[in-house]
Structure formats: structure tokens, C-alpha cells
Design a binder for this molecule. Structure first.
Ligand code: ADP
Ligand code: MG
Length: 259
């Protein structure tokens, strides 16, 4: 049975998509079978894995409405030679889903129900959430075993975090008692920046061992890779961004942090 992880933070631009795409690819390098579920209407994870979001007719939208099974919405790695992650894509069609789902029964359990079957085929399923605490994010958290929360090492980094923790607790009480916090991930870290160091210390002193030892550095290659439609390890395997996501994969799998 695969582990379902929602990569979530209602703030935009904190590194959710970068983490979903690159952690998925790093787990695949470690010979794990991985599925990325793009549940953001912006479709950035879809593009980041090399697919043109505009031409996708079958997306996570039809999976949520129950029109298609997850398996029939799943795309294989675009470069078949590389044993990369599979993808359930998304695009702007999904922005209507919230409104459509609102009146429907079990509207917050649609993704959970759909992913039960998919869990048998994967070791990890990473859900790339939108930058909002909307019904799509709730679907992801109800479907997930855990939440992985990227935190950008910038001013206001902690803003909104207590609200996110409250939502996680509420979902745990009402719909998904197993939901836990997988870990907090410091992203876009620049050790030369005093503020980044302060934020990092503050997050670590507040959340202790819930914070991954692995920190994702600010790295130009990580920012460039999506425009080539590939995870950073295919683009520049030796850059610091690649190394950091490979470390994170090891830490997540419980192998400790490589020295
Ligand atoms: P989110 O999904 O939370 O909105 P993204 O992963 O899309 O955030 O990241 C926001 C922007 O920052 C993107 O342009 C991305 O390429 C860039 N970015 C993310 N992480 C890094 C990093 N560690 N170093 C450099 N650029 C990054
Ligand atoms: Mg995103």
C-alpha cells in the first residue's frame, strides 16, 4: 500500500510544485514507484513533468467527478527511458470543479475514494496542492496519510501556518483520523542571507523534529528546470538542487540524511 502525501501550504510560491516534481523524481531514482497528482488548476506540476496542460482532455477533474478511474487519467513518464514518476494532470478545467462539487455528496472525499485503488500500484503518491485552503486542498488532505509543508525562508514564512495546522486538526477529527504532519521543509534557503538563517532557526525551534534536516537551497537550476519540462535531476544531476531533493527522498524513506 502506497503512502499518500499532500504537498501543501496555502501560500503561493513557497516551493510546493518544485517539491512535488523533484521529490517525486528523486524517489523514482531510489527505485520507488511514484505518482504525482496535480490538483492545482494552474497545472504547474503537469508542465514541470513535461506535459502540455492545455491539450490534456482527461485530467484530475474527471477523477474527482467520478467520470474516469485514476488509472485511465494517468500519464506515464514523458521520457520513457527515464523511470520517472507517473502523473495525473490538471489544467484550468479544474477551477470549475469546486463550484460543481459544492452541492455533491461526499464532496470532500472524492479524491480519497479515487486513490484507494491507485495506492496498490505505487509506493508514494504526492499530491501537489493549490495555493489555497479550498475544497481541492481539503480533498487532498482527506485523501492523504500525511501533509508535507514547504516553508519559504522569507519574511512572513510562518504566516498562515497556524491556520493550516488548524485545518489539518479539523480534518483529522472529522474525516481522516490518520492524517499526520509528514514534515516541514525549509525551501529557497540562502545561507548568506541573515533573514533566511533567522527564519530557519525560528521554524526549527518552534517545530523541532517535525522539520526535515534536509534544507532546499535557493538554486538557479531548480528555477530553470520547469521551463524545460523536466525535474532538476534530469536537467543537471550534479547541481545542489538535485542533491538536496535526493537527500530529502532518503530522509523521507527513513534512511536518515546522507552526510
Ligand atoms: P508553489 O507551488 O508553492 O506556488 P513553486 O514550486 O511553483 O511554488 O515555486 C515558486 C517559484 O520559485 C517557481 O518559479 C520555482 O521555479 C521557483 N523555485 C522554487 N524553489 C526554488 C529553489 N529552491 N531555488 C530557486 N527557485 C525556486
Ligand atoms: Mg504550485
Amino acid at each position: 500500500m502506497g503512502k499518500v502525501i499532500a504537498v501543501t501550504n496555502q501560500k503561493g510560491g513557497v516551493g510546493k510544485t518544485t517539491t512535488s516534481v523533484n521529490l517525486a523524481a528523486a524517489l523514482a531514482v531510489a527505485e520507488q514507484k511514484v505518482l504525482v497528482v496535480d490538483i492545482d488548476p494552474q497545472g504547474n506540476a503537469t508542465m514541470g513533468l513535461g506535459y502540455d496542460k492545455k491539450v490534456q482532455e482527461t485530467t484530475v477533474y474527471q477523477v474527482l467527478t467520478g467520470e474516469v478511474s485514476p488509472a485511465s487519467a494517468t500519464l506515464g513518464p514523458i521520457d520513457e527511458a527515464k523511470n520517472g514518476p507517473d502523473l495525473i494532470p490538471s489544467n484550468s478545467n479544474l477551477s470549475g470543479a469546486e463550484i460543481e462539487l459544492v452541492d455533491q455528496e461526499n464532496r470532500d472525499r472524492r479524491l480519497r475514494r479515487a486513490l484507494v485503488e491507485a495506492q496498490e500500484s505505487y509506493d508514494y503518491i504526492l499530491i501537489d496542492c493549490p495555493p489555497s485552503l479550498n475544497l481541492l486542498t481539503v480533498n487532498a488532505l482527506v485523501a492523504a496519510h500525511s501533509a508535507l509543508i514547504p516553508i519559504q525562508c522569507e519574511y512572513y514564512a510562518l504566516e498562515g501556518l497556524s491556520q493550516l495546522m488548524e485545518v489539518i486538526q479539523r480534518i483529522r477529527r472529522k474525516a481522516n483520523p490518520e492524517l499526520r504532519v509528514e514534515g516541514l521543509l525549509l525551501t529557497m534557503y540562502d545561507s548568506r542571507n541573515n533573514l533566511a538563517n533567522q527564519v530557519s532557526e525560528e521554524v526549527r525551534s518552534h517545530f523541532g523534529r517535525k522539520v526535515y534536516e534536509t534544507t532546499i537551497p535557493r538554486n538557479v537550476r531548480l528555477g530553470e528546470a520547469p521551463s524545460f519540462g523536466m525535474p532538476v535531476i534530469y536537467y543537471d544531476a550534479l547541481c545542489r538542487g538535485s542533491a538536496s531533493y535526493l537527500d530529502l527522498a532518503q530522509e523521507l524513506m527513513g534512511c536518515g540524511v546522507p552526510a
